[in-house]
Write a protein of this length. Sequence first.
Length: 201
Amino acid sequence: MSRPPRREIQAAETRRTILDAALALFTSAGYGATSVADIAERAGVALATVYASVGPKPVLLRLLLDRIDELADIPRQAAEVVASDDAHDVLRRSIRITRTLAERCGDVIAALASAAGVEPEMAAIYGAGVARHRAGAEITVGRLVTLGGLRVTVSAERATAILSTLTEHSVYRSFTHTHGWSFDETEQWLIEVLCHELLVG
């Protein structure tokens, strides 16, 4: 497989730089207080480059969810969940995904959650992130059902509710920030609790 042209590589890198700059500014200064010119200055590019590479602020905002997933290596990890043939491994990998998001992008997600209460645009992107989280839980539970690993006393709907709730970012933040648990401790506790609640044997 041939490598993409250098121009495409540079364009992708510029796009990532702009998105990272926007992410930092939106979470520190707020969406409304951040102009496209501010983003360009933070990214070290011309204003026109932001519009050409990414687009106006509403478009940029929608792209940030993908960037957060990229920073946490979610596409690769999600593929591993679907590919696994062992129910316990599926659940452990799913929990690792949410741990990675909390560990690598926790401050960003917390800032988005806080801003969502006062800025409609932020509420939209945060809501989309929550929807992605629930969809991921549904995929995991569906895989558990396919493998025959889900307890017969637990419906898929109930399992999705349990998994998506206990792996929410707010849960990780409570354990790691409020109560001083490490991410290792939090992940291990979630594995133990969820395996007991959801899996056969």
